[in-house]
Design a protein around this ligand. Structure first.
Ligand code: PMP
Length: 376
């Protein structure tokens, strides 16, 4: 049995579109794709009058090296959002199959599943935002084709130990594809589990250039997976997914200079994360700050409404995550530059509304167990 037996039969049988650039991309004179022979604003050298390569070899090479993969184990797409969507469409039959997620978690897994009319099974994280492997495995029925695990978790910031990923992958062998979303792994103490791809053909790993690589606007993300899975997804991907300027931006960001720059900023974020966690936890009105291995802190407030309002009145926009299970009192604050973070602290420290929430709401039942202590 191959991992592709888990995928939709009609996708396996699909005759994919064959793009002009896929059929032939070498040659002196390209007259096979109905492109314009002229650059849009004179000869500015961008090459944008030509369709791009579907998977530009230079970018695939540099990403394969970065992630320690072989080229055929890697699919580059428009953000990891696109990879999530492709996976759901390739593996889940509408009205019959399902994905499994562990709330609180990144919202796009469920949205992609619902667009496809696939079911969404939920096995919540434990109260301390750790993954309950036994509960996940007990909930995997024949309908479940994809199990998404987000580590570091968005929005909780917690991580799933490598041993748990191994256990899940082994137990799901021949049953489901385990998709580990490592969007924030560059900020974490523990590294990627992508090396386990050589052991488990039912494992897939999502990576992105949107966070640590500072390229959210270029929309570049990757799926690392068994070559058969990569080949299958390439068949359903639109013909020319990666705009040339975005590919160029990614190549620059991944150059030697770009990598040094990114690594320096990752160090700053990690330092700020520790400093801000401690400083926020000391503020009146803050119940607790979740430990985070990502580039954000999720903060529990006595009065999250007041905190959100006072930050937004100061022009600071944070993410309200109160709709997520277990986070009914929390806001997620992305770590910015040290100056940005100082501004967040100053606004929260000077807000009477936030501090009054503390005086009004603080009670022994709200001790934020497991978190850096709040002000009480
Ligand atoms: N996974 C997680 C956990 C995320 O938080 C995000 C973006 N917020 C994504 C994937 C999507 O990232 P991309 O920009 O690569 O589409």
């Amino acid at each position: 049995m191959s991992v592709l037996d888990l995928a939709r039969a009609e996708i396996r049988a699909l005759q994919p579109y064959s793009s002009a650039r896929m059929e032939a991309s070498g040659g002196q004179l390209l007259l096979n794709a109905n492109e314009s022979a002229w650059a849009p604003t004179g000869d500015n050298g961008t090459g944008c009058n030509r369709y791009p390569q579907p998977q530009p070899p230079a970018l695939v090479d540099v990403l394969a090296r970065l992630y320690g993969m072989r080229r055929e184990q890697l699919l580059v797409g428009r953000g990891s959002d696109e990879a999530i969507d492709l996976l759901v469409r390739a593996f889940c039959r509408a009205g019959r199959d399902a994905i499994l997620i562990q709330p609180p978690t990144f919202g796009m897994y469920a949205v992609s599943a619902r667009i496809q009319d696939a079911g969404v099974f939920e096995v919540p994280l434990r109260r301390d935002f750790t993954l309950d492997v036994d509960a996940v495995l007990a909930s995997v029925t024949d309908a479940v084709k994809l199990v998404f695990v987000c580590t570091p978790n968005n929005p909780a910031g917690s991580v799933v130990p490598r041993a748990d990923i191994e256990r899940l992958a082994r137990a799901l062998d021949r049953r489901a594809l385990l998709v580990v979303d490592e969007a924030y792994v560059e900020f974490a103490d523990e590294g990627s589990v992508a090396d386990l791809l050589d052991t488990f053909d039912n494992l897939a790993v999502l990576r992105t250039l949107s966070k640590a690589w500072a390229l959210a606007g270029a929309r570049i993300g990757c799926l690392l997976a068994h070559p058969e899975v990569i080949g299958l997804l390439r068949r359903i991907m639109p013909p020319y997914p990666l705009p040339l300027p975005c590919v160029d931006a990614a190549l620059l960001a991944l150059s030697g200079w770009g990598q040094a720059n990114a690594r320096a900023h990752i160090d700053v974020v990690r330092g700020e994360r520790a400093r801000m966690r401690a400083a926020l936890a000391r503020l009146p009105g803050v119940r607790g700050v979740l430990p985070s291995q990502a580039n954000f802190l999720t903060v529990r407030f006595d009065d999250a409404d007041a905190a959100y309002r006072c930050l937004s009145e100061a022009g600071i926009v944070v993410r309200d995550v109160r709709r997520y299970p277990g986070l009914g009192d929390a806001l997620r604050i992305t770590l910015g530059t040290p100056a940005d973070n100082a501004q967040v602290l100053a606004v929260l420290a000077s807000s009477e509304g936030v501090a009054n929430g503390a005086a009004f709401l603080k009670s022994p039942a709200m001790d934020g167990r497991g978190f850096a202590g709040g002000s009480a």
